[in-house]
Design a protein around this ligand. Sequence first.
Ligand code: FE2
Length: 160
Amino acid sequence: MTDIAVTQSVSNPDVAAGVAQFLSPVVIDLTALVVNGKQAHWHVRGANFIGVHELLDTIVDHAQEWADLAAERIVALGLPVDARLGTVAAKTATAELTAGFRQSNDTIAEVIGQIDAALAAVNTAVKELDELDQTSQDIAIEIARGLDKDRWFLFAHISE
Ligand SMILES: [Fe+2]
């Protein structure tokens, strides 16, 4: 450590705690989406197989990137993140996926359900961070915009 006084963050501790409160569920649900998206990627079968299989990998990559973005915002403000496997499993709002091979329409519906669970946490963060910390809110807005788009790309396979 240096002898020069340097603080962890210019944000006040209450702001950091609030950001952690609303971005932690985002990290957890996106981390669950990474794991469950891969499970879906491996087990999808049937109509539009290759397109859905590849799209699921893109969705997993995005979820990983956004989980990192949200987690590092919390850490940048000086607080830790708990996205250990057990914590994610205990706290995620995403539903357990059906095990084994699935037809693509069922896979798509289940993954949309996963995205919707993550979006609920993200949209709460957008709303609550408006007053608290707009820099963190900006991250939540970016994630919401991306998840909405990925949801559309999936939904377009099963809509009329
Ligand atoms: Fe793969």
